[in-house]
Design a protein around this ligand. Structure first.
Ligand code: 2NL
Length: 344
């Protein structure tokens, strides 16, 4: 029996040694230390031994079992360590590799332009006001000296919700509302950016929805020279200190007199080129002195109060500033277009 146990020990340790995987090792454990294993069998046969032999063989059997078990445990730890080592080697990362680039968004070009214009006017003491895009006929047209049936309404056809409710065609109603809140006594100095609507067929220069920024200054003794000074400051801050401005006579129902403002062409320095169509000047915005009817309807005494107003299209400003040839680029939102204007 002694020999049988020693034989089993040698045999088992040999198999442990040869095991290359945890599974193989498990097999060895079951084979030698399991309930049906040879050592259990030896212990079961102890009854046949003499009183003197029994503790000796018992001790030996336990020693053998322990040795095999220890060897299996040791080998298991070794195999597990090796497996971990292997896995770490395979999964090791090179922290010095450059990272994968992340797509970072940014403000839409129109948003950036509008904010730039807002900043310029905030710097001159104007407030920013917003108002509803769904307007009443009164604030969109009547309060701006465009009574029902006025021919100038034809140029501002829009989307009607009811006879009296419509999508605003300009941001002027925000200004009419603001003036109306002043009891005809307080001055107004504001700009109003926002979306406006026209019943237009979309093409390279027209869109049924676009944005506008209008400005209004009402106070005592406001003169055309105040308008010119504010607009010249705006033009030079927006397009460059070397730019000159030019005011040409025009017509708007809500201003009298009315003007259109041009800036000198940067491309040709005033010589005439394709950008300015040979004139040396580029049209930027419309403006004028607030019509007395508009002041009176808002509650001001037009003998005491006067004001100037202007309106511009941020799309047009952005197109001129960046040489963009189609207004639809602003609304189709192709990232290849938009990302060109994200600051680094
Ligand atoms: C343009 C011209 C303009 C105004 C807008 C205005 C508003 C009030 C009273 C008087 Cl409440 N005028 N706005 C005046 C002149 C021109 O816009 O070409 N816009 C794109």
């Amino acid at each position: 029996m002694k020999e049988r146990l020693q034989e089993l020990e040698t045999e088992a340790l040999g198999k442990v040694e040869k095991s290359g995987t945890i599974d193989e090792l498990k097999q060895v454990r079951v084979e030698y230390l399991g309930k049906k294993g040879p050592i259990t069998e030896v212990l079961r046969g102890m009854g046949k031994l003499s009183k003197e032999e029994r503790p000796v063989i018992g001790q030996l059997a336990n020693d053998v079992r322990e040795k095999i078990s220890d060897a299996i445990d040791e080998k298991q730890t070794k195999l597990e360590d090796e497996a971990l080592e292997e896995q770490l080697k395979e999964e090791s990362i090179d922290v010095t590799l450059p990272g994968r680039p992340v797509q970072v968004g940014g403000p839409h070009l129109l948003t950036s332009i509008i904010e730039e214009i807002e900043d310029l006017f905030l710097g001159m003491g104007f407030e920013i006001k917003e108002g509803p895009e769904v307007e009443t006929d009164y604030y969109n047209f009547e309060a701006l000296n465009l009574p029902k049936g006025h021919p100038a309404r034809d140029m501002q056809d829009t989307f009607y919700i009811t006879e009296e409710l419509l999508m605003r065609t300009h941001t002027s109603p925000v200004q009419a509302r603001t003036m109306g809140q002043k009891n005809g006594t307080e001055p107004v100095k504001m700009i109003c950016p926002g979306k406006v609507y026209r019943r237009d067929t979309d093409d390279a220069t027209h869109s049924h929805q676009f944005t506008q920024i209008e400005g209004l200054l009402v106070d005592e003794n406001v003169r055309m020279s105040d308008l010119k000074g504010v607009l010249q400051t705006f033009a030079q801050k927006m397009f460059g200190a070397e730019r000159e401005i030019r005011l040409r006579p025009s017509f708007f129902p809500f201003t009298e007199p009315s003007v259109e403002m041009d800036i000198s062409c940067k491309m040709c320095g005033g010589e005439g080129c394709s950008v300015c169509k040979g004139t040396g000047w580029i049209e930027i915005l419309g403006a004028g002195m607030v019509h007395p009817n508009v002041l009176e309807m808002a509650g001001y005494d037009s003998e005491k109060y006067s004001g100037f107003a202007f309106g511009m299209g941020p799309e047009r400003i952005a197109m001129l500033k960046h040489g963009i040839d189609d207004i639809r680029h602003f609304y189709t939102n192709d990232v290849r277009f938009l990302s060109q204007y994200h600051k680094a």
